[in-house]
Write a protein that binds this ligand. Sequence first.
Ligand SMILES: Cc1cc2nc3c(=O)[nH]c(=O)nc-3n(C[C@H](O)[C@H](O)[C@H](O)COP(=O)(O)OP(=O)(O)OC[C@H]3O[C@@H](n4cnc5c(N)ncnc54)[C@H](O)[C@@H]3O)c2cc1C
Length: 273
Amino acid sequence: MGFELFPPRSERRHAQFRETVERLAPAASEGFSVTMGAGGTTRAGTHDSAVEVARLTGRPVMAHLTALGLSRRAALETAEGLWQAGIRDILALRGDQPHAMEGPLPPGFAHASDLVAALAERHPFRIAVAAYPEKHPEAGTLDQDIDHLKLKLDAGAHMAYCQFVLDPAAYGRFLEACARHGIDAPIVPGLMPLEGWARVRSFARANGTTVPDWLERLFRESEDKPEMQPYLAAAATVEQARRLIAYGAPSIHVYTMNRWPLPLALSRLLGRC
Ligand SMILES: Cc1cc2nc3c(=O)[nH]c(=O)nc-3n(C[C@H](O)[C@H](O)[C@H](O)COP(=O)(O)OP(=O)(O)OC[C@H]3O[C@@H](n4cnc5c(N)ncnc54)[C@H](O)[C@@H]3O)c2cc1C
């Protein structure tokens, strides 16, 4: 199991970040990953947080690198800094244009596959890429999107981490479609702990992730009973994880939102720590 974190933006948040890292370390068999803001924002924070997590835990740490909005040179300098600091795993992302960044972007890597190729040329990083079981919102069709995923893997990435699904069957169908496209690299599903249903649903809408009726009903019908929500969230999250494993997940990438209780409970319930 691997845990995704984001760089904390204040001292108080930093304490919470550190506690999360320390609590989850025993369960992090696949290590941690640290996100980077769109347009390469939080570059310094991502670097510092990745190095800190590696130092605190001794586990592998994958730094996300978002290229859009950065020149090729700035993106590669960021990667160089990570390499020099001992970070060997990178999630190579095109990323999105941040809302605050207006006007033409500096010429840089147009697609994640271009970034993967440049990183692979520079150092023997272990490079991973993003995958979208329900297709990336900009892609025409799922098949076209899988062709682009294959380009990223052929350019030098060794595995893919998925956008989260709320219907585990979508992950199962995606694995089959990838196999039909000749992809044999590990494809790790993303799991969003189902705490704070309104927030989870709004992330899902933004990503084009299908929200199954049973989950919507489960949380909506108990809106007036907030005491029940943590139990429903835990039980439904474990159910999702078990179904992803049954579809053949090689590991699970947990979007922790820098919180540890439910991810750690999940690991215990699955017998992973
Ligand atoms: C596991 C995971 C972690 C993430 N972490 C972060 C993060 O830390 N920070 C952040 O800002 N965002 C993050 N994202 C979101 C990601 O940045 C966005 O989804 C972004 O819009 C696409 O990035 P990408 O690397 O998948 O792009 P690409 O792989 O380049 O794909 C983007 C779009 O272009 C198409 N495409 C790709 N190659 C070609 C080509 N050669 N020709 C034509 N079309 C092509 C694809 O089909 C797709 O529609 C993450 C997503 C996932 C799944």
